[in-house]
Design a protein around this ligand. Structure first.
Ligand code: AMP
Ligand code: MG
Length: 295
């Protein structure tokens, strides 16, 4: 089984790369150490390496690097290793590792609509390739990957919240037999870099994709704040210190283009494709929050 999991992971990476390169994307090598990284207010502990007289964060996402990179190339992606010191209570959620890999992509001048369509087509291409290459193995496991119709259904955050409360992720995911989008998160539910819709103050132009069958979140993304005064306002609104984001603000003052993108976790995708119980099964050397590792 472990060999199959590794083969499927490898095929997922290959299919994603093939799809994106054919769409004109350029692959960026990942950034692992950075003076500034994703604030992730729900996971406050940060992993830091001190070197050369400064602190370097282990990257929690490549969000700011993606925003800077689209100044150079209009469509970029990276298989980005992320370290997030998830609390030990998340060891048994079946969805959390403290080291994982995101396929993180960004497109200059893109709107949310375009990125959602790209996400659907990327996901369906990967499913099709995995079905084609591993049909027999999937059948032996009793895992069915149907041909999900596009576009995937959408619900707003408000609708999801009214029906299931704040922790709607798993309930909504269980209820659906196709992937489902959640759009329009309220401003205080997300990080400062998701763009606020100025025609609908307090609502963000962003989205999550949830897998069907209770597997939970697949990806998060959205349009980005790119103007310096908007970024500063959002940083302050979230109770963060703008001084900690000086380099990002300086970049924005020099000129960041508008952009949109998303990040999709590879381990969660492999878990879904193979119908595995726990995301830790996808890695040969899983990093489970609070659990020691031998190698
Ligand atoms: P986020 O920007 O926080 O939504 O992260 C992007 C994607 O990375 C998520 O949609 C998940 O697929 C994946 N991801 C986030 N945190 C974890 C984690 N602790 N373990 C495994 N995958 C994760
Ligand atoms: Mg998310």
């Amino acid at each position: 089984m472990k060999a199959l999991i590794l083969e499927v992971t490898s095929a997922v990476l290959g299919a994603a790369r093939e799809f994106l390169v054919a769409q004109g994307f350029v692959e960026l090598l990942p950034v692992i150490l950075a003076p500034v990284t994703d604030p992730l207010r729900t996971t406050p502990d940060r992993a830091i390496v001190s070197a050369y007289g400064q602190d370097w964060y282990l990257t929690r996402s490549m969000i700011f690097h993606k925003q800077a990179a689209v100044r150079v190339c209009p469509k970029i992606f990276s298989f980005s290793p992320n370290v997030r010191l998830e609390p030990p209570e998340r060891a048994n959620t079946r969805r959390h590792l403290f080291e994982f890999v995101q396929l993180d992509l960004e497109v200059r001048e893109a709107k949310r609509e375009e990125i959602m369509a790209l996400g659907e087509r990327l996901f369906l291409y990967i499913v099709q390739e995995i079905r084609r290459e591993f049909g027999q193995e999937l059948a032996k496991l009793g895992r069915e990957l149907p041909e999900y119709p596009r576009p995937f259904p959408r619900v707003t955050w408000q609708e999801a919240y009214h029906e299931f409360g704040e922790d709607f992720e798993l309930a909504l995911s269980h209820r659906h037999s196709t992937p489902v989008w959640v759009i329009d998160f309220p401003i205080d539910q997300r990080e400062f870099y998701d763009r606020e819709d100025l025609h609908r103050p307090g609502i963000l132009v962003d989205m999550d994709l949830l897998y069907p069958e209770g597997y939970g979140e697949a990806l998060s993304g959205g349009e980005r704040e790119h103007l310096p005064e908007r970024i500063r306002t959002r940083i302050i609104r979230q109770g963060l210190d703008p001084v900690a984001y000086t380099s990002l603000l300086k970049l924005a003052e020099e000129g960041l283009p508008p952009s949109a993108g998303f990040g999709i976790g590879i381990e969660r995708l492999v878990r879904f494709l193979l119908g595995l119980q726990d995301v830790r099964e996808t890695r040969l050397f899983p990093r489970v929050p609070g659990v020691a590792a031998a190698l």
